[in-house]
Design a protein around this ligand. Structure first.
Ligand code: ATP
Length: 351
């Protein structure tokens, strides 16, 4: 079996971590093969051509079996309205990638910022609704007469139902079997509606526990006792913020993988951005991108019923874990001296 992968390296360290990930995926592939096709998109491409996401790139992403994405955006390159170039947001909306899946697992050997020993038990997943919420206002916000500005949050039944359903199915495959709806239902009608639909969907999943938590209390508990959470489903903007916080809990942006998953398409990318502060220096930790590649294989395994893909995903995760457990290579991110290439080589040698 051969899977056609649309590769969008993008900007800054996106290019560097993708370069480190492809050889790992190739080496892990046994019982299947991957065909990587590279396409241009991103801020630098916009600066050159005036087009951040060419139609040919979009068509190839749509036609591929899966999309592997580096990072896009650059602070100095902006649209005329001052917003940043973010084709990842266009891809989520246009391909219906409604579930932003951001696993947060403490890997043994990675230095954790929380002193409490239970931080080692952190193993949660943030599921960020990615096609509506406050981000529905992107490109539509209004500033009236330099006096006031409006951005509108949109929560639909369809959008909420599918992301809640996704979260319950995900939790059913995990140990704790718990889904927490993270919202602000005490203040906003939109959030109360999001929670109402959540409990309706919960009825269909009696084998999974359901509870809710306000976003502000969740911020507190992410520092006090994040090990108690399992799957957390939340609105787009809350998920954007919450998943940077959860990335910090497991060591930093370089450790946090993600998948943007819909019913027909899926895109996998590290949670981090293009990191202009370290781009071009070979210092980026590629673990997040490599683990995103493993998530992609897992997703393809479910789609194709090809167990070899799932086994390859496990091999990659073990190879990454072993790099940190053995302290074979400590990235700059944790005060070590291993650059992108050294981490890649350590993962490859474990494989
Ligand atoms: P975006 O808004 O596009 O997600 P951002 O502004 O949140 O991006 P990032 O590009 O993710 O910012 O970078 C945030 C910080 O994390 C920076 O200091 C960056 O150097 C660091 N960082 C991000 N990714 C990595 C990585 N893979 N390895 C090491 N450090 C990283």
């Amino acid at each position: 079996m051969k899977a056609d992968i649309c590769v969008l390296p993008g900007d800054g360290i996106g290019v560097e971590v993708i370069d480190a990930t492809l050889p790992v995926l190739e080496k892990a592939a046994r019982g299947f093969s991957l065909e990587f096709r590279h396409y241009p998109a991103g801020a630098q491409h916009y600066a050159k051509t005036g087009d951040a996401l060419p139609e040919a790139t979009f068509a190839s992403a749509k036609a591929a079996d899966a999309i592997l994405f580096g990072a896009m955006g650059w602070p100095e390159i902006r649209y005329p309205d001052g917003t940043e170039i973010a084709p990842q947001l266009d891809l989520r909306f246009r391909l219906g990638l409604y579930a932003g899946v951001r696993p947060c697992r403490a890997i043994p050997g990675v230095p954790l910022p929380l002193a409490d020993a239970r931080a080692k038990e952190i193993d949660l997943v943030v599921v960020r609704e990615s096609t509506e919420g406050l981000f529905a206002s992107r490109g539509k916000g209004k500033v009236e007469a330099d006096r006031e500005a409006h951005d509108t949050m949109v929560i639909t039944r369809k959008g909420s139902e599918r992301v809640h359903e996704f979260s319950f199915r995900l939790a059913a495959r995990r140990k704790k079997r718990l889904v927490t709806c993270v919202d602000k239902a005490n203040v906003f009608a939109s959030m109360a509606f999001f929670r109402k639909v959540f409990y309706e969907v919960a009825q269909r999943h009696p084998g999974v526990r359901a509870n809710h938590h306000y976003i502000d209390a969740t911020a507190l508990d992410m520092v006090r006792k994040p090990w108690e959470f399992d799957v957390m489903v939340t609105e787009n903007m809350f998920g954007d913020i919450l998943s940077d916080l959860t990335a910090a809990l497991i060591g930093g942006m370089g450790m946090a993988p993600s998948g943007d998953i819909g019913d027909d398409h899926a895109l996998f990318q590290p949670c981090h951005g293009s990191a202009p502060d370290i781009a071009g220096q070979g210092r980026a930790n590629p673990a997040a991108c490599i683990l995103s590649g493993a998530m992609m294989l897992d997703w393809l395994a479910g789609r194709t019923k090809n167990e070899a893909l799932a086994q390859a995903a496990r091999r990659i995760e073990r190879a990454v874990d072993e790099v940190f457990a053995s302290k074979k290579a400590t990235p700059f991110e944790f005060g070590g001296r291993a650059g992108t290439r050294e981490i890649r080589d350590a993962v490859l040698s474990n494989l």
